[in-house]
Design a protein around this ligand. Structure first.
Ligand SMILES: [Zn+2]
Length: 317
Protein backbone atom coordinates (compact mmCIF):
# COMPACT_ATOMS: atom_id res chain seq x y z
CA UNK A 1 0.00 0.00 0.00
CA UNK A 2 2.68 2.46 1.05
CA UNK A 3 4.77 1.49 -1.96
CA UNK A 4 1.89 2.21 -4.32
CA UNK A 5 1.30 5.61 -2.78
CA UNK A 6 4.94 6.47 -3.32
CA UNK A 7 4.81 5.39 -6.94
CA UNK A 8 1.67 7.29 -8.00
CA UNK A 9 3.14 10.83 -7.72
CA UNK A 10 6.13 9.74 -9.80
CA UNK A 11 3.85 8.44 -12.53
CA UNK A 12 1.84 11.72 -12.51
CA UNK A 13 5.03 13.74 -12.62
CA UNK A 14 6.09 11.74 -15.63
CA UNK A 15 2.90 12.74 -17.47
CA UNK A 16 3.25 16.45 -16.79
CA UNK A 17 7.00 16.92 -17.13
CA UNK A 18 8.30 19.11 -19.94
CA UNK A 19 10.46 18.10 -22.87
CA UNK A 20 12.50 21.30 -22.86
CA UNK A 21 14.60 22.97 -20.22
CA UNK A 22 13.27 26.44 -19.39
CA UNK A 23 15.61 29.25 -18.38
CA UNK A 24 15.75 29.94 -14.64
CA UNK A 25 13.44 32.75 -13.54
CA UNK A 26 14.64 35.35 -11.11
CA UNK A 27 12.24 35.67 -8.16
CA UNK A 28 13.06 39.35 -7.73
CA UNK A 29 12.40 40.06 -11.41
CA UNK A 30 9.02 38.30 -11.15
CA UNK A 31 8.08 40.38 -8.11
CA UNK A 32 9.14 43.59 -9.91
CA UNK A 33 7.07 42.63 -12.95
CA UNK A 34 4.09 41.89 -10.70
CA UNK A 35 4.28 45.43 -9.30
CA UNK A 36 4.56 46.89 -12.82
CA UNK A 37 1.46 44.98 -13.92
CA UNK A 38 -0.48 45.98 -10.81
CA UNK A 39 0.42 49.64 -11.33
CA UNK A 40 -0.89 49.37 -14.88
CA UNK A 41 -4.07 47.70 -13.60
CA UNK A 42 -4.76 50.52 -11.13
CA UNK A 43 -4.05 53.17 -13.77
CA UNK A 44 -6.59 51.40 -15.99
CA UNK A 45 -9.15 51.27 -13.15
CA UNK A 46 -8.60 55.02 -12.61
CA UNK A 47 -9.09 55.78 -16.29
CA UNK A 48 -12.22 53.65 -16.66
CA UNK A 49 -13.76 54.91 -13.41
CA UNK A 50 -13.21 58.56 -14.41
CA UNK A 51 -14.77 58.02 -17.82
CA UNK A 52 -17.74 56.07 -16.47
CA UNK A 53 -18.38 58.66 -13.76
CA UNK A 54 -18.10 61.64 -16.11
CA UNK A 55 -20.59 60.23 -18.63
CA UNK A 56 -22.91 58.75 -15.98
CA UNK A 57 -23.01 62.03 -14.05
CA UNK A 58 -24.26 63.86 -17.14
CA UNK A 59 -27.02 61.31 -17.72
CA UNK A 60 -28.01 60.99 -14.05
CA UNK A 61 -28.15 64.75 -13.40
CA UNK A 62 -29.86 65.73 -16.68
CA UNK A 63 -32.71 63.33 -15.87
CA UNK A 64 -33.15 64.14 -12.18
CA UNK A 65 -36.60 65.63 -12.88
CA UNK A 66 -37.74 62.28 -14.37
CA UNK A 67 -36.35 60.15 -11.50
CA UNK A 68 -38.32 59.57 -8.33
CA UNK A 69 -35.19 58.65 -6.39
CA UNK A 70 -32.68 61.50 -6.39
CA UNK A 71 -29.85 62.70 -4.13
CA UNK A 72 -27.13 65.33 -4.31
CA UNK A 73 -24.03 63.99 -6.07
CA UNK A 74 -20.87 65.57 -4.60
CA UNK A 75 -18.60 63.94 -7.22
CA UNK A 76 -16.41 61.53 -5.30
CA UNK A 77 -15.92 57.82 -4.81
CA UNK A 78 -14.46 56.05 -1.82
CA UNK A 79 -13.20 52.50 -1.40
CA UNK A 80 -11.60 50.26 1.20
CA UNK A 81 -9.47 47.18 0.64
CA UNK A 82 -12.62 45.08 0.81
CA UNK A 83 -13.95 46.85 -2.30
CA UNK A 84 -11.37 44.88 -4.31
CA UNK A 85 -11.20 41.20 -5.14
CA UNK A 86 -8.56 39.37 -3.08
CA UNK A 87 -6.01 39.20 -5.90
CA UNK A 88 -5.97 43.00 -6.25
CA UNK A 89 -5.76 43.85 -2.55
CA UNK A 90 -1.99 43.84 -2.20
CA UNK A 91 -1.81 46.29 -5.10
CA UNK A 92 -4.67 48.39 -3.71
CA UNK A 93 -2.85 48.69 -0.40
CA UNK A 94 0.36 49.78 -2.12
CA UNK A 95 -1.03 51.90 -4.98
CA UNK A 96 -4.02 53.53 -3.24
CA UNK A 97 -2.88 53.33 0.39
CA UNK A 98 -6.10 51.49 1.26
CA UNK A 99 -6.80 49.56 4.44
CA UNK A 100 -9.95 48.80 6.42
CA UNK A 101 -11.26 52.36 6.19
CA UNK A 102 -12.92 53.90 3.18
CA UNK A 103 -10.74 56.57 1.61
CA UNK A 104 -11.40 58.89 -1.31
CA UNK A 105 -10.14 57.19 -4.48
CA UNK A 106 -11.71 59.49 -7.07
CA UNK A 107 -12.74 63.14 -7.31
CA UNK A 108 -14.56 64.37 -10.41
CA UNK A 109 -12.87 67.50 -11.78
CA UNK A 110 -15.06 70.56 -11.30
CA UNK A 111 -17.39 68.81 -8.83
CA UNK A 112 -18.29 70.04 -5.36
CA UNK A 113 -15.78 67.54 -3.91
CA UNK A 114 -13.09 69.03 -6.15
CA UNK A 115 -14.01 72.60 -5.11
CA UNK A 116 -13.94 71.53 -1.44
CA UNK A 117 -10.33 70.47 -1.98
CA UNK A 118 -10.86 66.73 -1.46
CA UNK A 119 -8.05 64.53 -2.72
CA UNK A 120 -7.30 60.85 -3.08
CA UNK A 121 -6.49 59.37 0.31
CA UNK A 122 -8.70 61.74 2.31
CA UNK A 123 -11.11 60.26 4.82
CA UNK A 124 -14.62 61.65 5.20
CA UNK A 125 -16.55 62.14 8.43
CA UNK A 126 -20.26 62.78 8.84
CA UNK A 127 -22.72 63.12 11.69
CA UNK A 128 -21.85 59.88 13.48
CA UNK A 129 -18.13 59.80 12.83
CA UNK A 130 -16.35 58.04 9.98
CA UNK A 131 -18.48 57.28 6.97
CA UNK A 132 -17.33 53.71 6.59
CA UNK A 133 -19.16 53.23 3.29
CA UNK A 134 -20.05 56.79 2.36
CA UNK A 135 -22.13 56.32 -0.81
CA UNK A 136 -25.65 56.32 0.51
CA UNK A 137 -24.90 57.73 3.97
CA UNK A 138 -23.02 60.68 2.51
CA UNK A 139 -25.86 61.46 0.12
CA UNK A 140 -28.39 61.44 2.96
CA UNK A 141 -26.11 63.62 5.09
CA UNK A 142 -25.87 66.11 2.24
CA UNK A 143 -29.63 66.04 1.82
CA UNK A 144 -30.03 66.82 5.54
CA UNK A 145 -27.32 69.53 5.48
CA UNK A 146 -25.04 67.68 7.94
CA UNK A 147 -21.59 69.25 8.39
CA UNK A 148 -19.04 67.06 6.61
CA UNK A 149 -15.39 66.88 7.65
CA UNK A 150 -12.35 65.61 5.83
CA UNK A 151 -9.30 64.13 7.47
CA UNK A 152 -5.89 64.24 5.84
CA UNK A 153 -2.80 62.98 7.65
CA UNK A 154 -4.82 62.99 10.86
CA UNK A 155 -5.90 66.63 10.61
CA UNK A 156 -9.67 67.13 10.57
CA UNK A 157 -11.27 70.06 8.83
CA UNK A 158 -14.84 71.14 8.04
CA UNK A 159 -15.57 71.21 4.33
CA UNK A 160 -18.41 72.63 2.31
CA UNK A 161 -19.71 69.66 0.34
CA UNK A 162 -22.81 69.96 -1.81
CA UNK A 163 -23.83 68.37 -5.03
CA UNK A 164 -26.16 68.72 -7.94
CA UNK A 165 -29.35 66.71 -7.73
CA UNK A 166 -29.02 63.47 -9.70
CA UNK A 167 -30.92 60.22 -10.12
CA UNK A 168 -29.68 58.10 -7.24
CA UNK A 169 -28.59 55.02 -9.16
CA UNK A 170 -24.80 55.26 -8.95
CA UNK A 171 -22.82 53.87 -11.90
CA UNK A 172 -20.27 51.32 -10.70
CA UNK A 173 -17.35 49.84 -12.58
CA UNK A 174 -16.98 46.08 -12.40
CA UNK A 175 -13.52 44.78 -13.18
CA UNK A 176 -14.55 41.99 -15.50
CA UNK A 177 -13.54 41.41 -19.10
CA UNK A 178 -17.09 40.25 -19.99
CA UNK A 179 -18.85 42.75 -22.27
CA UNK A 180 -21.83 43.54 -20.10
CA UNK A 181 -23.86 46.11 -18.24
CA UNK A 182 -26.78 45.60 -15.93
CA UNK A 183 -29.12 47.22 -13.46
CA UNK A 184 -30.08 45.82 -10.08
CA UNK A 185 -32.70 48.32 -8.96
CA UNK A 186 -30.16 50.28 -6.89
CA UNK A 187 -27.18 50.81 -9.16
CA UNK A 188 -25.97 50.66 -12.73
CA UNK A 189 -23.08 48.29 -13.23
CA UNK A 190 -20.83 48.48 -16.29
CA UNK A 191 -17.98 46.03 -16.81
CA UNK A 192 -14.47 46.99 -17.89
CA UNK A 193 -15.13 44.82 -20.95
CA UNK A 194 -18.08 47.03 -21.94
CA UNK A 195 -16.12 50.22 -21.19
CA UNK A 196 -13.50 49.10 -23.69
CA UNK A 197 -16.13 47.87 -26.17
CA UNK A 198 -18.00 51.17 -26.57
CA UNK A 199 -16.48 53.37 -29.25
CA UNK A 200 -17.71 56.74 -28.00
CA UNK A 201 -19.11 58.53 -24.97
CA UNK A 202 -22.42 58.61 -26.87
CA UNK A 203 -22.52 54.80 -26.90
CA UNK A 204 -21.59 54.69 -23.21
CA UNK A 205 -24.33 57.25 -22.45
CA UNK A 206 -26.81 55.02 -24.29
CA UNK A 207 -25.78 52.00 -22.17
CA UNK A 208 -26.14 54.07 -18.99
CA UNK A 209 -29.49 55.47 -20.16
CA UNK A 210 -30.73 51.96 -20.95
CA UNK A 211 -29.76 50.64 -17.51
CA UNK A 212 -31.10 53.74 -15.78
CA UNK A 213 -34.43 53.07 -17.51
CA UNK A 214 -34.46 49.49 -16.15
CA UNK A 215 -34.15 51.03 -12.67
CA UNK A 216 -36.60 53.92 -13.07
CA UNK A 217 -39.24 51.77 -14.76
CA UNK A 218 -38.98 49.23 -11.91
CA UNK A 219 -38.14 46.40 -14.30
CA UNK A 220 -36.05 44.72 -11.64
CA UNK A 221 -38.89 44.63 -9.16
CA UNK A 222 -41.11 43.38 -11.96
CA UNK A 223 -38.72 40.62 -12.99
CA UNK A 224 -35.12 39.80 -12.20
CA UNK A 225 -31.82 41.42 -13.11
CA UNK A 226 -31.83 42.64 -16.67
CA UNK A 227 -28.76 42.40 -18.81
CA UNK A 228 -27.92 44.38 -21.93
CA UNK A 229 -26.25 41.47 -23.59
CA UNK A 230 -27.37 37.91 -23.34
CA UNK A 231 -24.41 35.59 -23.04
CA UNK A 232 -26.37 32.57 -21.92
CA UNK A 233 -29.20 32.20 -19.46
CA UNK A 234 -32.74 33.35 -20.04
CA UNK A 235 -33.28 35.94 -17.35
CA UNK A 236 -34.45 38.54 -19.82
CA UNK A 237 -37.78 39.99 -20.61
CA UNK A 238 -38.39 41.24 -24.09
CA UNK A 239 -40.81 44.07 -23.40
CA UNK A 240 -38.64 45.43 -20.61
CA UNK A 241 -35.66 45.50 -22.96
CA UNK A 242 -37.69 47.39 -25.56
CA UNK A 243 -38.86 49.88 -22.95
CA UNK A 244 -35.30 50.37 -21.63
CA UNK A 245 -34.14 51.04 -25.21
CA UNK A 246 -36.96 53.56 -25.71
CA UNK A 247 -36.67 55.45 -22.42
CA UNK A 248 -32.87 55.13 -22.41
CA UNK A 249 -32.61 56.93 -25.75
CA UNK A 250 -34.57 59.85 -24.26
CA UNK A 251 -32.30 59.87 -21.23
CA UNK A 252 -29.14 60.12 -23.32
CA UNK A 253 -30.62 62.77 -25.63
CA UNK A 254 -31.76 64.85 -22.64
CA UNK A 255 -28.15 64.77 -21.37
CA UNK A 256 -26.97 66.21 -24.70
CA UNK A 257 -25.47 63.01 -26.12
CA UNK A 258 -25.94 62.17 -29.76
CA UNK A 259 -28.11 59.11 -30.41
CA UNK A 260 -27.27 59.16 -34.14
CA UNK A 261 -25.36 55.88 -34.34
CA UNK A 262 -26.27 53.79 -31.33
CA UNK A 263 -27.59 50.98 -33.52
CA UNK A 264 -23.98 50.41 -34.46
CA UNK A 265 -23.43 49.31 -30.86
CA UNK A 266 -26.17 46.69 -31.24
CA UNK A 267 -24.72 45.54 -34.55
CA UNK A 268 -21.33 45.03 -32.93
CA UNK A 269 -22.92 43.35 -29.90
CA UNK A 270 -24.79 41.09 -32.29
CA UNK A 271 -21.45 39.89 -33.63
CA UNK A 272 -20.53 38.91 -30.06
CA UNK A 273 -23.69 36.89 -29.75
CA UNK A 274 -24.68 35.72 -33.21
CA UNK A 275 -27.79 33.89 -32.07
CA UNK A 276 -29.31 37.26 -31.17
CA UNK A 277 -29.50 38.22 -34.83
CA UNK A 278 -31.84 35.46 -35.81
CA UNK A 279 -33.90 34.58 -32.81
CA UNK A 280 -34.45 35.62 -29.25
CA UNK A 281 -36.78 33.94 -26.81
CA UNK A 282 -36.97 36.71 -24.26
CA UNK A 283 -34.70 39.45 -25.61
CA UNK A 284 -35.81 41.45 -28.64
CA UNK A 285 -33.65 40.22 -31.48
CA UNK A 286 -31.01 42.73 -32.45
CA UNK A 287 -32.66 43.70 -35.77
CA UNK A 288 -35.88 44.61 -33.89
CA UNK A 289 -33.93 46.69 -31.44
CA UNK A 290 -32.13 48.61 -34.17
CA UNK A 291 -35.35 49.42 -36.02
CA UNK A 292 -37.12 50.49 -32.83
CA UNK A 293 -34.21 52.75 -31.90
CA UNK A 294 -34.42 54.41 -35.33
CA UNK A 295 -38.13 55.14 -34.77
CA UNK A 296 -37.45 56.50 -31.27
CA UNK A 297 -34.73 58.76 -32.62
CA UNK A 298 -37.15 60.16 -35.21
CA UNK A 299 -39.67 60.83 -32.43
CA UNK A 300 -37.02 62.67 -30.38
CA UNK A 301 -35.82 64.67 -33.40
CA UNK A 302 -39.40 65.75 -34.19
CA UNK A 303 -39.90 66.97 -30.60
CA UNK A 304 -36.55 68.77 -30.62
CA UNK A 305 -37.31 70.66 -33.83
CA UNK A 306 -40.81 71.53 -32.56
CA UNK A 307 -39.27 72.84 -29.33
CA UNK A 308 -41.28 70.33 -27.28
CA UNK A 309 -39.93 68.89 -24.01
CA UNK A 310 -38.18 65.53 -24.39
CA UNK A 311 -40.42 63.31 -22.31
CA UNK A 312 -41.03 59.64 -23.20
CA UNK A 313 -44.60 59.04 -24.37
CA UNK A 314 -46.81 57.40 -21.76
CA UNK A 315 -49.55 54.95 -22.57
CA UNK A 316 -53.01 56.51 -22.78
CA UNK A 317 -54.89 55.96 -19.56
ZN1 LIG B 1 -31.48 45.77 -20.74
Amino acid sequence: MTRWLAIIPLVLLGCTSLNTRLPDTDVVAVQKEKITQEQAAFEEIDRLRARLDTVAHRVLSANADLCEKTAPDPGLKTQSLKSFPKELREGARRELGLGDKHLVVYVRPGSSADKAGLQKGDQIFGKDGVLSAPGKTLNWHLKEGVQIQKSRLGVKENINLEGDEACYYPALLRMSSAINAYANGKSIIVTAGMMNFVKSDDELAYIIGHELAHNTQSHIRKSVTNYVLSLGGTRYTRIFESEADYVGLYYMARAGFDPANVEDLWRRLALQSLRGIGRAKTHPAYPNRSVQIEATRAEIAAKTSAGEPLIPELKDE
